[in-house]
Design a protein around this ligand. Structure first.
Ligand SMILES: [Zn+2]
Length: 349
């Protein structure tokens, strides 16, 4: 029949049959729900218009804060499609269409072309909610009396929730305005952090990224130079055994690439040589041994030197006869490891 049910719970006291009770509806909250619910009617029709007639309602949730609408569609909506749907809904809000509700027989309702929920069972008489010619839906819910009351409409997310089903979350009226306000505040905060104004933020970020790129390149150059300087006149410290020069180098802050570049430089300068290098960068030890071809021919095996000395600094590693590297943890043992490396190289010659 035409009964309306309300859910509630008793906070204190008790009810008995025959008591007279006063029901009061939270009109502000109800108003917000009305706007969100009415917007789902416009949203559904707009989705069919933009994406096609395969769009069917798969679920819907409306609160005073936001609306959620699930519908059948096989792929993510593009930004363009989302913008189109938003535009259509907002146009229908601006058109200020009166919302009419009519109770009619199901046959009459079907003749109007009203959208029914697929698979839903309806009684003899149904309620049809019409927003002009744009939207006609079977619905028993609560609506605004004119679409203009919805105020404005903003989609905040679109995502897949299961195979072939997408979910849109959207805001209306005060909720949408609040969202714009928050977004504007975030933008202002980001602009202030970047020391510019919101309209110039994107350009500023691009400029900052370019600056970071050039500083990184400069930093790398300086690191290479520091590694070279730190090695200084280390060349004079080379020890010659037979025809092979053995050079040990202790570096600070050099990464493995800088060490490799430096090793190549020394090999070029010393000719027949083996370079045994260690670097301490933020407590992490890197070991690198490089040997020239004639040093390898004379018996040097860089990999075997590394195997011998890496455990001294608490690491492990190995490699080829002409180049090998290892990591380690104990920087206090670097000198000991380098000395052991020189001894091992001497034994090989
Ligand atoms: Zn409705």
């Amino acid at each position: 029949g035409d009964k309306i049910a309300h859910h509630g719970y008793v906070e204190s006291g008790e009810f008995s049959v025959g008591d007279i009770a006063t029901l009061s509806v939270d009109s502000v909250r109800r108003g917000l729900i009305c706007k969100n619910h009415s917007a789902t009617h416009l949203l559904q029709k707009a989705l069919k218009t933009v994406l096609g007639d395969h769009v069917e309602q798969k679920g819907s949730f409306v609160s005073d804060g936001r609306l959620r609408f699930d519908f059948s569609h096989n792929q993510a909506m593009t930004a363009e499609e989302i913008a189109k749907v938003e535009k259509i809904v907002n146009e229908k809000i601006t058109e200020a269409i009166p919302v009419e509700t009519k109770v009619m027989t199901i046959d009459e309702a079907k003749k109007t072309g009203a959208m029914a929920l697929f698979g839903e069972k309806y009684g003899e008489k149904v309620r049809v909610v019409m927003m002009g010619d744009f939207s006609k839906e079977f619905c028993g819910g609560t609506h605004v009396s004119n679409t203009s009351t919805i105020g404005t409409f903003k989609i905040v997310s679109e995502a897949g929730i299961s195979s072939g089903v997408r979910r849109i979350e959207a805001l209306t009226g005060e909720g949408a305005l609040e969202y714009y306000k928050e977004t504007e505040a975030e933008l202002a905060k980001a602009a202030a952090a970047a020391k510019t104004e919101p309209a110039k933020l994107a350009d500023k970020i691009e400029a900052l990224l370019a600056e970071i790129k050039s500083l990184t390149a400069e930093n790398k150059k300086l690191k290479d130079k520091i590694a070279k300087d730190a090695a200084g006149d280390a060349l004079s410290g080379a020890e010659k055994v037979k025809d092979t020069s053995i050079l040990k180098l202790s570096l600070s802050g050099a990464d493995i690439n800088s060490m490799r570049n430096l090793g190549d430089d020394y090999k070029a300068k010393l000719g027949n040589s083996v370079i045994i290098m260690a670097s301490d960068a933020d407590g992490k030890v890197s070991l690198l041994v490089m040997a020239s071809d004639d040093a390898v021919a004379a018996g040097i095996h860089a990999g075997n030197i590394i195997k011998k000395i890496a455990p001294i600094v608490g690491g492990g590693g190995g490699g080829r006869p002409n180049m090998a590297q290892a990591g380690g943890k104990d920087a206090s043992k670097i000198e000991e490891a380098l000395a052991a490396g020189v001894e091992e190289a001497k034994n090989m010659l």
